[in-house]
Design a binder for this molecule. Structure first.
Ligand SMILES: [Zn+2]
Length: 429
């Protein structure tokens, strides 16, 4: 039997709560939990004459396991639409999700919030992970998103209408094991949906949020236009996803009054910036291989302008004190799981300091999921989820990509070869 105690050493420990790194410190793990963080000498005194494993990462930086608040494990990240994913059998999507879950964990993401799978695919994957048959991050799940008929992601199994049906559906999701309720409050890329229009009527949205709250579940709304954000604020939604400021006629208009309400509310905003840029990157890469058609050039331009606009709006929200967190939206569109840090970098570009950006993918992200009592920082009593990286992320947030080792639930994860770890990396053109 291997000893259940582990002492973890690193040149620097960034625990997630403070900007000042701990030096000459060590973390003591017992089983899957952190039981002590203190000066090395003190930790070694505690374990003296006991059996323990020494994990020595001198020369490296130790950080908390990272949290991605927005994933699509069913996705391929190859540009295909959700409409096409919905046609794939559940069994195949579950397999795809299993490989995505590995990749996410290997990249240092130890907790994910899934934002919309087909049917029960993610519940089954989580069962499989919890029984030890598969490996993957800790999962905060929603089941299929609650959608109006023909609404965004309705094809995944959650189309409902009227107060009675939405209430019934929320209860069935909770019965199935949903940790939170995801609602598509505007249309999206779904062919039959209308991105600029609100989806549910206010009485329906209110019924959803009330029912979720009754059972202590958080809510999150997908909003590709301002009206959706306003509806979410009116009904006390806990997280606004995308948070796009667009008028019903499609014009971009940053609404300061709405952003102010967001800043004053308890809601977190998940701006999903990189998923817009990922599309532009892919088109740029295509343009390096062959001449783009006129139509493609137009689209490329549109995607770039879209990203620039989102970045400007996000900067304004940050300035106004809106709580912005990292949620990658991968593997939706062209954005592949395992590359969460692209999104953290975008938030950094929008104006968060390096430490704020770091917290947006650790402690603040955990708070947004109401999971900060167990993950998000290196603190006594929390899960021993930690990542060993090369380079100081508070100097360059991009160092969060330089993952050397992942410890999950107190165990070192076998991440395979360097080549296989490089295989999921998406780089700029
Ligand atoms: Zn999404």
């Amino acid at each position: 039997m291997r000893p259940s105690k582990k002492v973890v050493l690193a040149s620097q420990i960034i625990d997630g709560t403070s900007m000042d790194p701990l030096k000459d410190h060590a973390v003591l793990i017992e089983g899957s939990n952190i039981v002590k963080i203190a000066k090395k000498i003190e930790i070694f005194q505690i374990v003296e004459n006991q059996e323990y494993d020494l994990l020595d990462y001198t020369g490296f930086v130790l950080i908390p396991g990272m949290v991605d608040c927005h994933t699509h494990h069913n996705g391929f990240g190859d540009g295909r639409l959700g409409d096409e994913i919905a046609k794939i059998p559940d069994e195949i999507l579950t397999l795809k999700s299993a490989s995505n879950a590995r990749v996410a964990l290997f990249s240092g993401i130890t907790t994910i919030r899934e934002n919309g799978p087909k049917n029960k695919t993610m519940f089954r994957l989580r069962d499989s992970i919890q029984s030890g048959k598969e490996i993957g991050p800790r999962m905060n799940l929603c089941g299929s998103p609650v959608s109006i008929i023909g609404g965004h992601m309705g094809y995944f199994g959650g189309e409902v209408t009227g107060v009675f049906e939405v209430t019934r559906y929320v209860r069935s999701l909770i019965k199935e094991g949903a940790d939170y309720i995801k609602i598509t409050q505007t249309g999206g890329t779904t062919k039959t949906s209308s991105p600029l229009l609100p989806a549910f009527n206010l009485d329906e949205l209110e019924a959803i949020t009330k029912e979720a709250k009754k059972f202590g579940k958080l809510t999150a709304t997908h909003c590709l236009s301002t009206e959706g954000i306003i509806n979410s604020l009116d009904t006390g939604v806990d997280m606004v996803i995308h948070g796009v400021f667009k008028e019903p006629d499609g014009t971009d208009k940053f609404r300061e009054d709405v952003a102010e309400r967001l800043a004053e509310s308890r809601a977190f905003v998940n701006p999903t910036l990189h998923v817009f840029r990922a599309r532009a990157w892919e088109m740029e890469k295509l343009g390096l291989q062959r001449k783009l058609t006129k139509n493609e050039i137009k689209l490329f331009d549109q995607h770039r302008r879209n990203f620039d606009q989102r970045l400007i709006d996000c900067s304004k929200m940050i300035e106004m004190g809106v709580k912005v967190i990292t949620g990658s939206d991968s593997s939706w569109g062209d954005y592949k799981l395992g590359n969460t840090i692209h999104e953290t970098e975008c938030i950094n570009m929008a104006g968060y300091s390096n430490f704020q950006s770091f917290q947006s993918v650790t402690l603040e992200a955990a708070k947004a999921l109401d999971m900060d009592n167990s993950v998000g920082s290196l603190e006594v009593g929390k899960k021993a989820d930690m990542v060993v990286i090369k380079g100081d992320p508070l100097e360059d947030i991009g160092n969060l990509r330089n993952v050397f080792e992942v410890i999950f639930n107190g165990e070192i994860i076998n991440r395979g070869s360097k080549d296989s770890n490089m295989s999921y990396i998406q780089s700029p053109p």
